[in-house]
Ligand binder design. Structure first.
Ligand code: FAD
Length: 457
């Protein structure tokens, strides 16, 4: 008999863990998996999926307004938060069921429990105290929202986790943070009718994205009625009879029914037993791995947000798949973290792939910037004052397109397709040689002839 109960034991039933478990089991490995909350993980239960459903819900208010320009009279409207939450919960339960059935079908043994490592091969299942031994352990425990514990009154704030389950719709919302989750939630609450303020400590929202896009999104959010405060943070939060009052370092006093903190996420490694197993972590608690997702302990691997590489669902899935193929399928490969197309479901939406203008300049010593900032056709009749921004960045030496950045309707969908072109090494000449699709906004991408700027360092 084998000295191990499992060939692979996965801790965490989210995007990365579930994919790895299923693929490894498909190769005939004996696989166990532990999940302490709900299968599907952050993305399905309290991330990408419910968030996108909320974004859809929040866009109707503008659609109703825009309809008038096209001859429609839309009658009285009302929004029922409880019905949205119920519908969202039903869909999430359905998806969780799909995740469970898929694991079952591939023969993965599921444990609904928190799991903690005891050594390089032993996992302690907390619900019944059982200990299981596995030849290989995969850590796929994801990350959790940060709250500033030193902030007086921090116990009154919510994070994205709670935002999906509020019993009452808040009429006044403040969102703290400037990353993609913060701007997405600001758009959601604003679209659903809340008076919304976003407050961010940095100079401009969406650090790490192209500067023109950051500025343009900031402007568009304000046009939609969101108050965006940059360069300021909460000093304290108090609960009053009327709701919450936040005081900022800049001297503002802001009132709200809910204050949502979206100020970053930290790897879920507290109390996970990594010390006991000898697994090295970074200063932020992320499991340190190499390109093959190997930790410093030969029998232990880690994938997804817990490694704090690129914290996105498709990345976690691909890392989990590469791990399982490599270790159990004899097919060695690793996830490629370059040129990852990304969407931000802000309103308007962002779709981006490749280098920002600043990165392109630093890397290539020069960049040709093709920029189009225009009113999309729909808004000629809707009358809405909203502009679309497109930027194509070309390195001057080989004329390769090194970055494309879009702000506007369906930008996320566009970034997926542009990702293929950039991954294939498309040049500006390839873009120029591609026939336009008319009438679309995307045709701008292949009809910008002259650069708006040629920047050389
Ligand atoms: P997770 O999916 O977080 O799974 C980890 C699982 O481990 C969890 O289910 C957790 O309960 C479980 N767990 C933790 N500790 C233990 C333990 N000790 N024992 C047992 N189980 C444990 N990404 C995108 O690509 N697109 C988006 O639009 C997007 N939107 C997002 C919106 C929000 C609000 C949030 C919070 C995230 C969003 N993300 C998005 C990020 C995405 O959700 C994560 O990158 C992805 O879920 C990471 O997968 P993972 O497998 O690493 O971890």
């Amino acid at each position: 008999m084998s000295e191990f109960d499992y060939d692979l034991f996965v801790v965490g039933g989210g995007s990365g863990g579930v994919r790895a478990a299923r693929i490894a089991a498909g190769y005939g490995a004996r696989v166990g998996i532990a999940e302490e909350y709900r299968y599907g993980g952050t993305c399905v239960i309290r991330g990408c999926v419910p968030k996108k459903l909320f974004v859809y819900a929040s866009k109707f208010s503008e659609e109703f307004e825009d309809a008038a320009g096209f001859g429609w009279s839309v009658g009285e409207r009302s929004f029922d938060w409880e019905r949205l939450i119920d519908a969202k919960d039903r869909e999430i339960a359905r998806l969780e069921g799909v995740y469970r059935r898929n694991l079952e079908r591939t023969g993965v043994e599921m444990f609904d429990t928190r799991a903690v490592l005891e050594d390089a091969h032993t996992v302690h299942l907390m619900s019944d105290g059982r200990r299981v031994r596995a030849k290989t352990i995969l850590i796929a425990v994801g990350a959790t929202p940060n709250v500033d514990a030193s902030l007086p009154g921090c116990e009154h704030v919510i994070t994205s986790n709670e935002a999906f389950h509020l019993s009452d719709f808040p009429k006044r919302v403040m969102v703290a943070g400037g990353g993609y989750i913060a701007v997405e939630f600001a758009g959601i609450f604003n679209g659903l009718g809340a008076e919304t303020t976003l407050i961010y400590r940095g100079e401009e929202i969406l650090r790490g994205f192209d500067d023109d896009l950051r500025k343009a999104l900031h402007e568009e959010m304000e046009k939609k009625g969101i108050r965006v405060i940059c360069g300021d943070v909460f000093k304290s939060i108090e609960k009053t009879a009327d709701g919450l009052v936040g005081t900022t370092r800049g001297g503002e006093t802001l009132e709200a029914d809910q204050i949502l903190f979206a100020i970053g996420r930290r790897p879920n490694t507290a109390g996970l037993g990594l010390d006991a197993a000898g697994v090295a972590v970074s200063q932020t608690g992320a499991v340190i791995v190499d390109g093959q997702s190997r930790t410093n302990v030969p029998s232990i691997y880690a994938v997804g947000d817990v490694t704090d590489r690129v914290n996105l669902t498709p990345v976690a899935i691909r890392e989990g798949h590469a791990f399982a193929d490599t270790v159990f399928g004899g097919r060695e490969w690793s996830a490629d973290h370059s040129l990852i197309p990304t969407a931000v479901f802000s309103q308007p939406e962002i779709g981006t792939v490749g280098l920002t203008q600043a990165e392109a300049l630093a890397k290539h010593g020069g960049v040709d910037v093709y920029r189009a900032h225009f009113r999309p056709m729909k808004h000629t009749l809707s009358g809405r004052d909203e502009k679309m921004l497109m930027k194509v960045l070309v390195e001057p030496e080989g004329n390769r397109v090194v970055g494309v950045h879009i702000l506007g309707a369906d930008a996320g969908e566009l970034s997926q397709v542009l990702g293929i072109a950039l991954k294939m090494g498309a040049t500006k000449a390839d873009f120029d040689a591609t026939m336009a699709v008319h009438p679309t906004a995307a045709e701008e991408l292949v009809t910008m002839r002259e650069p708006s700027e040629r920047i050389r360092s």
